[in-house]
Design a protein around this ligand. Structure first.
Ligand SMILES: [Zn+2]
Length: 340
C-alpha cells in the first residue's frame, strides 16, 4: 500500500495578493473565486482528488463569495482556516488580536459549511508560539504553517543579529532563542507541538530534503517558465529523495497555478503569470501524476490523523519558544515571493 501524502490549496484571493503587494483597490476585496473555484474543482474531480482548501475568513464573510465557497465544501474537500485578514505578519499579532481573528474566521466559514475547522495555515507561512497556543485552546488538530527553508529564517536572523541597538548580551540571547525557533521550523517530518496539556500535529510544507529548496507547485511552475524539462526532472528527483528518506510530502497549490494574466490582469507581475492557464494545468497534471505514483494523496486532516495514530512523533515544547518582538519595520507587506 502506498504511504499517505497530502495536498492542499491556499485559496488566496485577488485582493490578498494586491494587499501584500501594496496595490490600491484591494480594500474593495476584488475576487476571482467565481473563476478559480469551478476550475480547480473540475481539475481535482477529474483526478479523483479530495484535498484541503485553506479559506480566508474575509472572503467567507462576503455574500458574493458564498456560492463559490459552498461548492468547495459541497465537493467534500476539507475546509481549513487561512486567517481572516491574510496578513503575512500574523506572527506579530497579540493574543487578543489572534482570538478576534479566529472568531471572525470560524463564524464566517460556519455560514457556508457545517464542517468543523481542525486545521490552520498562516498567511505567508507565519506562525508564533501565541498562534499555536490559540489553536490549541480552540481545539484545532493540526497546523501546517511551516515551510522549512533556509532562505527566510536566515534573512530574519541576519536582521536581528545586525541590529545596531542590541547589546552583546541581548544578541547572544536572541541567537539562542532564534536558534530554537528556527530548529522547529527546519524539520521536514511531522512532529507534535506540546502546548500545556494539549498538543497539535505539525505537518510542514515539504521542501527538498537536505537542500530545503521549495518543491510545491507554484515554485515548479515558476521553474517551468525557464525549462519544463528541468522542472519535471527536479520534481521527480525531489520525490525520489522523499521516498528514500521515508518522508510523506505535504504539498500545496495556489489559485495562480490555475490562472494566467488574462484571468487576473492586476496580478500579471507574479511569477509564471505569462504561462497560459491550460499549459499550467497540463504541467500540474504531470506533476500530480508523478506524485501519486509513489503516494496516496489525501487532505491534510487525514494526513495529520494518520501520522498521529501510526507514527512515533517527535515532540516540541512550545513553552521553550519565544514570540518575536513586534517591530514596525517587519510589520509591513512583504515581497510577493513569500507567496510563491
Ligand atoms: Zn495565503
Amino acid at each position: 500500500m502506498k504511504p499517505i501524502a497530502s495536498l492542499s490549496l491556499d485559496l488566496d484571493n485577488k485582493w490578498s495578493y494586491m494587499k501584500t503587494h501594496g496595490d490600491a483597490g484591494w480594500e474593495k476585496f476584488p475576487s476571482y473565486l467565481d473563476t478559480i473555484v469551478p476550475r480547480s474543482l473540475n481539475f481535482l474531480k477529474e483526478r479523483d482528488l479530495i484535498i484541503t482548501f485553506f479559506i480566508v475568513g474575509q472572503d467567507a464573510a462576503l455574500d458574493e463569495n458564498h456560492e463559490a465557497l459552498a461548492q468547495v465544501s459541497g465537493a467534500n474537500h476539507e475546509i481549513g482556516n487561512h486567517s481572516f485578514n491574510h496578513e503575512p505578519w500574523l506572527h506579530l499579532y497579540s493574543k487578543a488580536e489572534l482570538e478576534t481573528e479566529f472568531e471572525k474566521t470560524e463564524e464566517a466559514i460556519a455560514k457556508i459549511t457545517n464542517q468543523t475547522l481542525v486545521g490552520f495555515r498562516g498567511p505567508g507561512y507565519s506562525l508564533s508560539p501565541t498562534v499555536l497556543e490559540v489553536l490549541a485552546e480552540r481545539n484545532y488538530e493540526y497546523d501546517c504553517s511551516t515551510l522549512p527553508t533556509y532562505i527566510a529564517p536566515l534573512a530574519r536572523a541576519y536582521y536581528f543579529l545586525k541590529s545596531p541597538e542590541m547589546s552583546d548580551e541581548e544578541r547572544e540571547k536572541r541567537k539562542k532563542l532564534f536558534g530554537k525557533f528556527a530548529d522547529g521550523f527546519q524539520s521536514l517530518k511531522p512532529y507534535r507541538w506540546q502546548i500545556g496539556e494539549k498538543s497539535l500535529v505539525e505537518i510542514p510544507v515539504t521542501t527538498l530534503p537536505v537542500f530545503k529548496t521549495p518543491i510545491h507547485f507554484s515554485y515548479l511552475l515558476y521553474l517551468a517558465t525557464f525549462s519544463e524539462l528541468a522542472a519535471k526532472t527536479y520534481f521527480k528527483t525531489a520525490l525520489r529523495f522523499c521516498v528514500v528518506n521515508r518522508l510523506a510530502p505535504s504539498l500545496l497549490l495556489h489559485p495562480l497555478d490555475f490562472l494566467d494574466g488574462t484571468d487576473a490582469a492586476e496580478l500579471k507581475f507574479f511569477p509564471a503569470m505569462n504561462l497560459a492557464a491550460e499549459k499550467k494545468m497540463e504541467l500540474l497534471s504531470d506533476f500530480l501524476e508523478s506524485f501519486s505514483k509513489h503516494y496516496a494523496l489525501k487532505n491534510v486532516r487525514e494526513h495529520a490523523r494518520e501520522v498521529s495514530l501510526n507514527e512515533k512523533l517527535a515532540t516540541r515544547n512550545v513553552a521553550h519558544l519565544q514570540n518575536q518582538t513586534p517591530d514596525p519595520e517587519i510589520r509591513r507587506p512583504q515581497s510577493e515571493f513569500r507567496n510563491l
